[in-house]
Design a protein around this ligand. Structure first.
Ligand SMILES: [Zn+2]
Length: 627
C-alpha cells in the first residue's frame, strides 16, 4: 500500500431535479424554506463547538434527524454521529421535545409539528485518531483548534432530516475575526461582508458536504489556469510553509493537467485546502486527500522537506483534480442519489478510481513532467503492489460490495490494479484504432453522453462502452474486470513493443547503494556474514558465495567488523580484473574461493523496450505515451 492513501468522493451533481424528492418536500409548509444552520467557532468549549439546525415547519408527527454514516469516496463506515454530543430537539418555546437515539447517527423526534430546531455539540476527529479504532481518514475528518484552525468537513457538523436532503441550506458561521474561510461554498448573495459572521448557501444537502471549509490565518495563493481560478490555502501549525512555497509547482502541474484534458468542460473554481499536521501533538495522520467537485482537502505532515512535499502534492492533487472527469462528469445513479446512511455502491471503481489514478500518471509522461523510464517504473510498482491483494477477485464484484468482507481490505487495489486495467484498455483502444482512440477519448465521449446531471445505469455501462469501442474491450471486461482471471500484462506491453524482463543494473561490491549485502551476528562474536534471503550481486554469485556465509579471511586478512571496513573502502577503487581471495565459513566448514571481482551488477525487473519491433509498434507506443 502506498504511503499516501487516496480517498475520493464519488461526486454527485450539484443541481438535482426537484421532482426527485417531490414526495418529501410536500411535507414542508414553506416550499423551499432553507434549513438554517448555525455553527459557533468563537465559543469553543472542551474542543467542541455548538451547532443549531433550524428547518422549516414540519406537518408530520415524527421526523428523523441524521448525521452521515458514510460520505462518498471514503468507502468506509465512519459514523460521524459518534462525534455528536448533548443532542436536543427544541420546540418554539425553547422546551425540549422527546427524542430517541436510533443508532450512532440517527435521532427520532416526536412532536415534530412543534419542532423549532435541533441543537448539539460537535467533537473533532483529528486529535483522537490515536485513541479510536478505525479512525476517520483525516481528509474526511474534522478539526477544532480554538483560535487557529477549523477543518469543517461539514458532514461532521451538519445533518439532515430524513426525506429532506434536497432542500436548500443556509449556513451561518460565527468565527474569530483573524481567521479566514477557504471554501467553494457560495456566499449568501444579499448579505454584507461581516468580520465575524460568514453566511453561505447550498442548494441541497449534498452541496453542503461537497464543499468543505477551512478556517485559518491567511496563508493563501490564487492563480489562473486556462480559465480556472485555483486557490491554495495552507495551514502550517509551526509556520514552516507558506502557500507561496508550493505555488510554482502547482501552477506547472495543473497547467499540464489542463493541457492533457484539452476541451473537457470543468469547474471555473478549484480550491486546495492543505492541512499540515504537527507530529509533536496528537494530530491528523491519515495522509492523503479527499476530493470534491470543486475542491480537495489534503492532509500531509509538516515535517516533510520541500522536495517530498512538492512531489506528494503533485501526485495527490493531480489525482483529485482528475476526478472532475469521473465521477464528476461520468457516474451512475448510485452516486447521483447517494444515501449517506445506507449507501448503494457501484460496480465501477475500476473507472472512478482506476481511470483517475491512471490519468494522474499518464498526463505526467504525456506532458513531459516525468521520463518514459519513470512512467514504466510507476506501472511496474503498481503491478508489484497489486499482487499484495487478491488478484483473482472480480473487480466489479469487489466494487459493488466494497464496504463488506472480504472485499473491503482490497479497496486500495483500485489505485494499483485499477490503474493497470485502464492502462491495458488504453493500449487496446490505441491498437484497434491505429493510435487514434484512447481512454481519454472514451471518457470525453462518455461525459458528452452523460455529464454532471445525467447518471448512467450502473449495470449498463460495460455494454455501453463495448458498443462505443471494440469486441476486444468486451473480452477484456468479461475476463479481467467482471471476471476473475488475473491480467497477463506482458500481452499488452507487447502490443507497444515493451516487456517486463530482468535486466542487469550496476551495483557495488559490498553495498547496493546504501544497503549492505552483509550483516553482523551480534549473538555470535559479531561475525560478519552475507545476508540471507536477498538477491546477491554478480560479485558474490561469480565467486559461488551464498547467503549466510561468514567472512573469515579476505586477501590474507582475518576478518571481523573492524578489519572489514578498510577492505570495503578499498573496494571502491577495484577494477574488474582485480583478483580477490576469500575464506568463508559455511555450516561449520571453511571454504576458500578466488577470482576476479568483475563489474558488480544485480538483476532488476523492468519494463523495457523489446528489440527489433516494427515502426508501426513504435508509432503506437508514441501515440500512447506522447500523444
Ligand atoms: Zn480518487
Amino acid at each position: 500500500m502506498k504511503f499516501f492513501m487516496k480517498k475520493n468522493v464519488l461526486i454527485i451533481a450539484s443541481a438535482l431535479l426537484l421532482n426527485a424528492c417531490g414526495a418529501g418536500k410536500a411535507l414542508l409548509s414553506v416550499e423551499n424554506s432553507p434549513v438554517v444552520t448555525s455553527i459557533d467557532l468563537v465559543k469553543v468549549i472542551d474542543d467542541k463547538v455548538q451547532v443549531g439546525i433550524d428547518p422549516g415547519a414540519f406537518t408530520v408527527s415524527t421526523v428523523i434527524f441524521r448525521i452521515p454514516k458514510t460520505v462518498p469516496g471514503t468507502y468506509s463506515s465512519d459514523n460521524y454521529g459518534k462525534y455528536i454530543e448533548d443532542f436536543k430537539a427544541l420546540d418554539y418555546k425553547g422546551n425540549v421535545l422527546p427524542s430517541t437515539k436510533l443508532d450512532d447517527n440517527s435521532w427520532s423526534i416526536s412532536g415534530a409539528v412543534q419542532l423549532d430546531k435541533v441543537q448539539y455539540w460537535v467533537n473533532d476527529t483529528y486529535d483522537t485518531e490515536d485513541e479510536v479504532e478505525d479512525a476517520v481518514f483525516s481528509p474526511a475528518g474534522t478539526n477544532i483548534a480554538e483560535g487557529s484552525n477549523f477543518m469543517l468537513n461539514l458532514h461532521g457538523f451538519v445533518g439532515y432530516f430524513d426525506g429532506f436532503k434536497e432542500v436548500p441550506y443556509s449556513i451561518l458561521i460565527n468565527k474569530p475575526a483573524d481567521l479566514v474561510a477557504t471554501t467553494t461554498l457560495a456566499h449568501e448573495a444579499d448579505r454584507k461582508p461581516d468580520p465575524v459572521w460568514d453566511a453561505f448557501t447550498a442548494s441541497r444537502y449534498f452541496e453542503v458536504i461537497d464543499n468543505p471549509i477551512m478556517y485559518a490565518k491567511p496563508n493563501t495563493e490564487s492563480f489562473e489556469i486556462n480559465g480556472i481560478t485555483v486557490t491554495l490555502s495552507l495551514f502550517s501549525p509551526n509556520n514552516v510553509y507558506k502557500a507561496s512555497d508550493l505555488k510554482d509547482r502547482m501552477v506547472a502541474m495543473m497547467g499540464a493537467q489542463k493541457k492533457f484534458l484539452g476541451d473537457v468542460d470543468s469547474t471555473k473554481e478549484y480550491n486546495i485546502l492543505l492541512y499540515m499536521s504537527d507530529n509533536t501533538v496528537p494530530d491528523a495522520h491519515g495522509f492523503g486527500a479527499l476530493e470534491h467537485h470543486t475542491s480537495t482537502v489534503v492532509v500531509l505532515p509538516e515535517t516533510m522537506d520541500i522536495g517530498r512535499l512538492e512531489q506528494a502534492m503533485v501526485d495527490v492533487v493531480s489525482h483529485e483534480f482528475f476526478h472532475i472527469v469521473t465521477p464528476l462528469s461520468v457516474h451512475s445513479k448510485e452516486i447521483q442519489y447517494f444515501d449517506f446512511n445506507d449507501p448503494k455502491m457501484s460496480e465501477h471503481l475500476w473507472m472512478y478510481e482506476g481511470t483517475t489514478e491512471y490519468f494522474a500518471n499518464l498526463f505526467q509522461i504525456q506532458q513531459g513532467l516525468i521520463s518514459e523510464e519513470d512512467f514504466y517504473e510507476r506501472m511496474l510498482t503498481k503491478i508489484t503492489n497489486s499482487k499484495f491483494y487478491d488478484d483473482s477477485m472480480s473487480f466489479a464484484v469487489m466494487s459493488k460490495n466494497i464496504l463488506e468482507q472480504p472485499y473491503e481490505p482490497n479497496y486500495a487495489n483500485v489505485y494499483e490494479k485499477g490503474a493497470l486495467i485502464n492502462m491495458c484498455l488504453d493500449i487496446i483502444l490505441r491498437e484497434k484504432s491505429g493510435g487514434e482512440k484512447s481512454m481519454l477519448w472514451l471518457m470525453k465521449e462518455l461525459s458528452k453522453k452523460y455529464g454532471t446531471d445525467a447518471p448512467f445505469e450502473d449495470e449498463a455501462l460495460f455494454g455501453e462502452i463495448v458498443s462505443m469501442t471494440y469486441p476486444e474491450v468486451d473480452t477484456f471486461f468479461k475476463e479481467h474486470v467482471i471476471g476473475t482471471t488475473p491480467i497477463d500484462y506482458n500481452k499488452y506491453f507487447a502490443k507497444v513493443g515493451l516487456a517486463t524482463k530482468n535486466v542487469e543494473e550496476a551495483t557495488g561490491y559490498f553495498f547496493d547503494g546504501q544497503v549492505p549485502y552483509m550483516d553482523v551476528d551480534v549473538q555470535n562474536d559479531s561475525v560478519v556474514f552475507i545476508r540471507k534471503n536477498i538477491q546477491l550481486n554478480s560479485f558474490f554469485n561469480n565467486l559461488k558465495l551464498k547467503g549466510g556465509d561468514i567472512f573469515r579471511v579476505i586477501n590474507g586478512q582475518d576478518i571481523n567488523l573492524e578489519t572489514l571496513r578498510p577492505i570495503i573502502g578499498e573496494s571502491f577503487g577495484w577494477t574488474p580484473e582485480n583478483v580477490v581471495s576469500m575464506t568463508v565459513e559455511r555450516d561449520g566448514e571453511m571454504i576458500s574461493v578466488e577470482g576476479p571481482v568483475g563489474q558488480p551488477v544485480k538483476m532488476v525487473r523492468k519494463i523495457a523496450a523489446l528489440e527489433a519491433v516494427s515502426d508501426e509498434t513504435v508509432k503506437l507506443r508514441n501515440a500512447w505515451l506522447k500523444n
